[in-house]
Write a protein that binds this ligand. Structure first.
Ligand code: AMP
Length: 403
């Protein structure tokens, strides 16, 4: 991790006021109770480490998409209890993220407590990346630690401008995430396989165009495979029974051609599971892609031959990056292929034969459904940031911390 600044580069933290840009954007129910504390729990080690080094920690974050300052539904006050529980320390909440209340609170901070500031996005200047707002934010702090990887694709004031105003570094979570993703795509052990599934080709064009330049084998499955299958001459794939995008057939063909000239092998479905209805446990059967019947039922998953082909191809690989489910994993039994390939990847990972990195949107729940969450080398909880990283884009919140 020599390329980026980490907490180890910050020198003596004793007595210093450290602002920690966290991602505490947690899901809540309609009673404003946190329904999944993963993001809080994962942030706590960085806070504890900073405190153990004698720093006074001031935590700042966004939550949701507030419509202005009075939007209490998105107030970070709702997470105080959970943060205290996870941290085992008192959390003092400040009802603003800049201004005199913050200044006073920092002045009166005790060493065994932390401050949690109100939602950054209560100020529209945050999203605009406003320099003056960033100045206000860091006004009373000595050091700035950025630990919100899931927002690193945004050029927001707390992600970029503020980082430049103080001695700064990645938090441990950001460090872990960037390390894992670098192993996945930037400096992978080869052969490198990517599995891309999900719904529509149109949403993943940048991703596919980047992957064909970087990976040795590219599995395309899920709804987005339907366009590729149709473009490669497979019959009876229609807008009625699949997610084929007929306006993208030429694009799919171009991607396949470009893959070939980049020596990237594309692995498409060999068989598909067709279902009479789009609902759990619908009547279904598996057919070879060359035998999809006229007026076929809906294509909801890929079949056993495809699973075997993907798994066999994976056996030869040293690194796997994965985004998107292979079928409609939310409905049984159409999660079969996703589960089977995930189980194989998990097994290879546990045996030390492969490094497996996954993430982005539904991938986390698809892999949780497969029961492999803890058996992958790394599963990123960042949605947009993970995808942009896989698309080969430089994330402003990461780039700003280059040494
Ligand atoms: P994405 O957000 O693009 O990764 O897409 C995830 C969604 O793709 C999930 O909700 C899946 O149910 C859906 N999906 C995957 N395979 C199919 C398929 N064969 N037909 C329809 N939807 C699918």
């Amino acid at each position: 991790m020599s390329e980026y600044k980490t907490i180890d580069d910050l020198g003596d933290l004793n007595g210093k006021v450290v602002m920690l840009r966290a991602d505490l954007n947690v899901p809540m129910n309609d009673k404003f109770e946190v329904t999944n504390t993963a993001r809080i729990d994962r942030m706590v080690p960085t806070i504890k480490e900073l405190m153990s080094k004698g720093a006074k920690v001031v935590v700042t974050s966004h939550l949701g998409r507030p419509e202005g300052k009075g939007d209490m539904a998105n107030s970070l006050t709702h997470i105080v209890k959970d943060l205290e529980k996870s941290l085992g320390k008192r959390v003092v909440f400040v009802d603003d993220c800049i201004g005199p209340h913050v200044e006073q609170a920092i002045k009166h901070m005790k060493s065994d407590e932390i401050l949690l500031l109100e939602n950054l996005r209560f100020y529209k200047e945050e999203k605009k990346g406003d320099e003056n707002f960033a100045q206000e934010l860091v006004k009373n702090v000595d050091i700035y630690v950025s630990d919100a990887f899931s927002t690193a694709h945004r050029d927001h004031a707390s992600m970029v401008a503020a980082v430049k105003l103080r001695p700064s570094a990645f938090g441990r979570l950001m460090e872990e995430e960037v390390n894992a993703l670098s192993k996945g795509l930037n400096n992978p052990e080869r052969p490198l396989m990517a599995v891309v599934g999900g719904s529509k080709v149109s949403t993943k064009l940048d991703l596919l165009n980047n992957l064909i330049k970087k990976v040795d084998k590219l599995v395309i499955s899920g709804g987005m495979a339907h366009t590729f299958m149709s473009a490669s001459g497979i019959k009876n794939i229609t807008e009625k029974n699949s997610l084929v995008q007929t306006d993208m057939l030429d694009t799919a063909a171009e991607i396949m051609k470009a893959a070939k000239s980049n020596h990237c092998e594309i692995i498409l479905p060999k068989d598909v599971v067709i279902a009479e209805e789009f609902k759990p446990n619908a009547k279904h059967e598996t057919v070879d892609v060359n035998h999809i019947p006229d007026n076929s039922w809906s294509l909801l998953d890929v079949g056993a031959k495809t699973i075997a082909a993907i798994n066999a191809a994976m056996d030869d690989c040293k690194t796997l990056v994965w985004n998107g489910p292979l079928g409609v994993f939310e409905m049984k039994p159409f999660d079969t292929a996703t589960n089977a390939v995930a189980a194989h990847a998990a097994e290879l990972t546990m045996e030390g034969k492969i490094i497996s990195v996954a993430g982005g949107g539904d991938t986390v729940s698809a892999l949780a459904n497969a029961g492999v969450e803890s058996k992958f080398s790394y599963i990123s909880t960042a949605g947009g940031a993970f995808l942009e990283w896989m698309e080969g884009k430089e994330l402003p919140g990461v780039a700003v911390l280059k040494k």
